[in-house]
Design a protein around this ligand. Sequence first.
Ligand SMILES: [Zn+2]
Length: 553
Amino acid sequence: MLDIVIRNGRIVDGTGLPAFHGDLGIAGGRLSRVGGQLPASARQVIDAGGQVVAPGFIDPHTHFDAQLLWDGQARPALEHGVTTVVHGNCSLSLAPLKAEHRPRLVKMFQQIEEMPDAAFDGAFQWAWEGFADYLAALRGRVALNVAPLAGHTPLRMWVMGADAHKRAAKPDEIRAMQDLLRACLEAGAVGLSTSYVDMDENLAPVPSRYAHSEELDALAAVLGEFGRMLQVVPEFYSTDVTVARVDQLAELSLAHGIPTTFSPLFDSSAVPDNVPRVLERVAEQFARGARVWPQVQTRPIDISFSLDMASLYFIQLPMWYMILRMPRAQKLALLRNDGTRKGLIDAAEPGGDTSRFARLRVRDSHDASLIGRMLGEIAAERGTTPAGALLDLSLEEDLGVHFLAASMGHEDPSRIGPLLANDLVHVGASDGGAHIQSFATYGDTGYLFSEFVRAGRYLSLEHAVRKITGDTAQIWGLPGRGLLRPGMAADVVIFDPDTIARGDERPAHDMPEGGMRYVRGARGVDTVIVNGAVTWSATGGYTDARPGVITSA
Ligand SMILES: [Zn+2]
């Protein structure tokens, strides 16, 4: 007998081929039948009612490394239809890591990925050092599949200790890193991640940035033994340097026979030739036979913040940023100090230019009449400047007011739509589970359908599904996933193509110890199945099932 029969579905199988009507049979965690009419004699029958039945979505750029240890459902990613996540991106992973290096690495996670202390402190039992033992800690705990990357930064820390933060590696250290990476790949890592951008808590380069090209080449050679992925954060703020990184990745891809991917690639009206120039070079390198996948996110760059935390929104205002990083009591005292206040306002509004904060909107406040209003207007009413109003409103509500900086880039659908549809573009880069106090990194898949399939018609339904299922599995080499085919893993999402969307962003206090993050729920998603078990449904919510596996194992 079949475990699950999904009847009456509009099957979009992940290949990009036209949808067709039929049933889906699941047995033993795998798809047994796709299409046709199946008898209703199954342990569970789900009537799709003509909704889309598609492979579960695969998110190739997340930072759920720590969250998975206390929340194996990676909420709320799962309810958006995500059934597999790649984590360990951007040079950071929780293994391999010696116990003595934990505090340093946690500080980097907190700085780069904006995660609170409580995400690491006591939220889980940290018993592993090696990669295999980290994966063992995830087994049986996860509701979705995980495809873990090994981070270049902890590899260096393991081999070089404090010198990882200071210098290039010597030949014997490079050989030791190669052995360590090989052990990670044998244990189930799907590749290596590195970064040319990120900074630690002292705003010094992370260890991966001290590597010379010989070191990365040697590590890529080990990836080549397994045909595994190299993920890179390039200097995305500079088109010229990004183009050079595309060339470097292409050389590594060709020399070692590996796929490579870089993220993010942002579009911006301020630098309109950035994406065209990078894509042109990507196309040249694909034509040479290299694999250099640019990852492009679907959502615009919206940043939310309150002065209760040190948001990346202030990274270009060092005085603000340093004060916002201070302990709360010290921070409040400084924000109330007249001299400091004047310094902050001068820094944000040099020469009386008030444009920086004027278009911020109030996102959340005890005073409902303020919500949605622009800070420039509120400041004018109060006879102050936008920076003054930002400080006043925040202090009036004990730093509880949230602000939204909307559409800071990557926001023009007529430019993003064709980009997402491009065959050379890898749709991803959600950063799921990171930057949790700046924006909700969930629901990019729903946004792909609402904005670029339904509203803009840049992609067909089948094309959009293929982009985040079959293509992703193929690019990353995730065997047995990404398509609805007999014998493949039964990762399935049922959704309404007319309503699927991301819900509204809202602050939630659901981190360990009540910590705040921004989240958003899903719209139009009906049922999420992982390896043949229902993990979430619109009617029943999250289930107790923990069917997720390490995908490479
Ligand atoms: Zn990242």
